[in-house]
Write a protein that binds this ligand. Structure first.
Ligand code: UD1
Length: 420
């Protein structure tokens, strides 16, 4: 298994470009199953999760064509199977996103039931109950969700008990081809849900209210092809900004979207960062000062994202003062804390909150990544650590960060991949 070797203590300084958003690219690739016309998806990030989704389409008989700029054209008219096997679902839970499109377009779908993962049990009950409310017959047997519908799905009034991002996306995609009107209440407002909705609209769907907690979809007879460019990745953007702040550095991130990062930028300002934004760039300068601790609480958008919680914990670990971080979205998302404490951090877990007392600096150590965002936080800890840190199990990071060591090297970091 590859590892990353980091020699800490360098202030990050420079400019990088942000890739397309993983969490918007995945549902958009799944949405190509809603039409038999070719759909071109541009600005796809170069990530394992994207490769897994392309492989998943491939094992259904759909052969996406990738050009040299990593634009993908998906023509799903060759589809033969309507099944997402366990082998792929277990490496990427977002495979569940093919359930709604397959059911709505082809009337049947079999998707392996995603198991628990490093950050909690993560059930998909809300996806299932919403599709049942739309007339689907769904059985969970032999580890698979087996879904079918006689004729077409029917529009329904759905109230989501919890705000779920992929749940909202699955139901929204299914509703585009259902008969009549579907209303999703307590819908996720994440920018990636809006990006998917905009792509569906470009395919001929009738959707209103995306970005609010009530999304209304009028089903149409069929969708058509389009060319769509995926929005920039706000989590990648935030991760580099936090890394620069932790190292007292100065960074400009380009090809991004500042207006969807308000909660994160406001916390970085509280931490002492001087932030300037343009239409598609963000510049952060710590003026070589130590960051100040901040307290925060994760919650669905527009609040502070859970996908940036671990990285902020790393920032607080070396900041001046004490800050508390409360995780309200996932039940077990503090695995990184124990690794940071092994590097000399002073972090206590109390239920779903961590109390972080900032220390002057961390000490390099061998550490192990447990999930995607935890890996990013351990890299940040390594960047601010004295001497060397080796981060093991970095396949997690390759799932969600494009060329992370090259981008950090561009900013001056001493980081290299140690192949297994
Ligand atoms: C998506 C993101 C992930 C992010 C998360 C929260 C993608 C591909 N992944 O994951 O990066 O961390 O949103 O912003 O977009 N829940 C249920 N039943 C369900 C569905 C969800 O109880 O049927 C619970 C989950 O266990 C969790 C909470 O709802 O506690 C939110 O999860 P959800 O928004 O569904 O996360 P994902 O869509 O899987």
């Amino acid at each position: 298994m590859d590892k990353l070797l980091i020699s800490g203590g360098v202030r990050l300084d420079g400019e990088i470009r942000i890739a397309g958003a993983k969490n918007s690219a995945l549902p958009i690739l799944a949405a190509t199953l809603l039409t038999r016309d070719p759909v071109q998806v541009c600005n796809l990030p170069h990530l394992y999760d994207i490769t897994t989704m392309i492989e998943l389409l491939g094992c259904m008989g759909v052969q996406p064509v990738i050009d040299e700029k990593l634009n993908v054209e998906v023509d799903s008219s060759t589809i033969k199977h309507f099944s997402a096997p366990y082998e792929l679902v277990k490496t990427m839970r977002a495979s569940i996103l093919v359930l709604g499109p397959l059911l709505a377009h082809y009337g049947e779908a079999e998707v392996a039931l995603p198991g628990g993962c490093a950050i909690g049990s993560r059930p998909v009950n809300l996806h299932i109950s919403a599709l049942e409310a739309m007339g689907a017959d769904i059985k969970v047997e032999d580890g698979y969700i087996k879904a079918s519908v006689v004729n077409k799905l029917k529009g329904a009034h759905i109230f989501m008990d919890l705000v779920t991002v992929t749940g909202t996306e699955n139901v929204m995609m299914a509703a585009t081809l259902a008969t009549g009107e579907t209303i999703i209440e307590n819908a996720a407002r994440e920018p990636e849900v809006v990006d998917l909705a905009n792509c569906l609209v470009a395919m001929g769907a009738k959707i209103k209210g995306q970005g609010t907690d009530t999304i209304v979809i009028q089903g149409v007879e069929k969708l058509h092809g389009c060319s769509y460019s995926v929005m920039p990745d706000r989590i990648e953007t935030g991760t580099y900004l936090i890394a620069a702040a932790a190292t007292r550095g100065h960074i400009k991130v380009k090809d991004t979207q500042p207006n969807i990062l308000e909660a994160v930028l406001s916390k970085l300002e509280q931490a002492g960062a001087d932030i300037k934004v343009g239409e598609n760039w963000i510049e952060l300068d710590m003026h070589n000062e130590r960051p100040k601790s901040v307290s925060l609480r994760t919650a669905p958008y527009p609040a502070f994202p859970t996908d940036m919680q671990a990285q902020f914990t790393a920032l607080n670990a070396i900041a001046a003062g004490t800050g508390s971080i409360t995780e309200t979205v996932f039940e077990n998302r503090f695995m990184h804390v124990h690794e940071m404490n092994r590097m000399g951090a002073s972090i206590q877990v109390e239920g779903n909150t961590v109390i972080v007392t900032g220390v002057e600096s961390l000490n390099g150590a061998p550490v192990m990544a447990t999930d995607l965002r935890a890996s990013a936080s351990l890299i940040i800890a390594g960047l601010v650590g004295k001497n060397e840190t080796i981060v093991d199990r970095i396949y997690h990071i390759d799932r969600g960060y494009e060329c992370i060591e090259e981008k950090l090297q561009l900013l001056g970091a001493k980081i290299k991949r140690l192949p297994s």
